[in-house]
Design a protein around this ligand. Structure first.
Ligand SMILES: Nc1ncnc2c1ncn2[C@@H]1O[C@H](COP(=O)(O)OP(=O)(O)OP(=O)(O)O)[C@@H](O)[C@H]1O
Ligand SMILES: [Mg+2]
Length: 259
């Protein structure tokens, strides 16, 4: 690590999520080893690293799918590691899946209403969920697709639906796992704009991405993982010029250099 940079404009912000010394083993494999960082209210924090670096495992730990073998995770000072995923979701952390998982036989509107029904709002009737769900579809760029069955959506529409589903739980933090993967350059730009809109709604974002133009363009800070270890943390500019990150990961990613 050669950077201990404090985030842009972060000095007056409070820590919303704190990950301390988190370790996760799969048998003899250390998928994550002693990873610590803080996420600040309303920031966009990028998470990069080669395949198998432990990025998705970190999301699973934050979302409660796994319990860390060591270390702990706090949301606004309250320990959440060890709580069930549905409890963590109700506390305001929502995540997308690297492979999108909509309810395929349901319409886009119904998919979003489900999140709205089970999210962090407290009790609501299904009917009460409809209007908020329609508004979220509008925000996510899916207006007019309300009644399309999820299995009939294109890839980019499915990615938008994944974001809409996340927003429907009324989260304060969203964890985005490769939401621009597989999209064309125009679709990537549109998705980046949507991510900025989500932040403008007051939501804090932690995002994993391999598409460097997208993550470097949108993140306030970036963390790099390699073999389950944090190897760097800093501004996008600091990360792209960090020697260890270049050697571990960016060397083969010409788009970072060519801008
Ligand atoms: N349930 C599991 N059981 C055993 N090993 C696992 C499990 N989940 C992940 N791993 C291993 O843990 C390591 C980290 O995996 P993870 O999915 O977190 O990587 P990643 O950084 O998200 O990679 P990618 O960029 O390919 O999505 C990998 O070596 C992976 O094979
Ligand atoms: Mg992954």
């Amino acid at each position: 690590m050669n950077s201990t940079h404090s985030p842009k404009e972060a000095d007056n912000r409070s820590v919303i999520l704190s990950v301390k010394h988190v370790t996760k083993y799969f048998g003899g494999l250390t998928a994550l080893g002693d990873v610590s960082f803080e996420l600040y209210e309303h920031e966009i924090l990028g998470l990069i690293g080669p395949n198998g670096a432990g990025k998705t495992t970190l999301f699973h730990l934050i979302a409660g799918v796994y319990k860390p073998d060591k270390g702990n995770i706090h949301l606004r000072g309250e320990q959440i590691s060890g709580l069930r995923p549905d409890v963590i979701c109700k506390k305001g952390i929502a995540r997308t899946f690297q492979i999108t998982k909509p309810f395929l036989e349901m319409s886009t509107l119904e998919n979003v209403m489900v999140g709205s029904y089970f999210g962090s709002h407290g009790r609501r009737s299904l009917k009460e969920c409809q209007k908020p769900a329609e508004n979220i579809l509008l925000l996510a760029g899916l207006a007019g697709k309300d009644h399309v069955t999820a299995s009939h959506l294109t890839l980019v529409e499915r990615k938008r639906l994944e974001l809409a589903r996340v927003l429907s739980t009324k989260p304060s933090i969203v964890l985005l796992d490769e939401v621009v993967a597989g999209l064309n350059p125009t679709e990537i730009l549109e998705m980046v704009e949507l991510i900025k809109k989500i932040r403008a709604e007051g939501i804090t974002i932690l995002m994993i991405e391999h598409v460097m133009k997208a993550i470097m363009g949108v993140s306030d800070r970036v963390i790099a993982l390699n073999y389950g270890r944090k190897i760097a943390e800093g501004t996008p500019e600091e990360i792209v010029s960090n020697q260890e990150v270049i050697e571990a990961y960016l060397g083969g990613k010409a788009d970072v250099v060519s801008g």
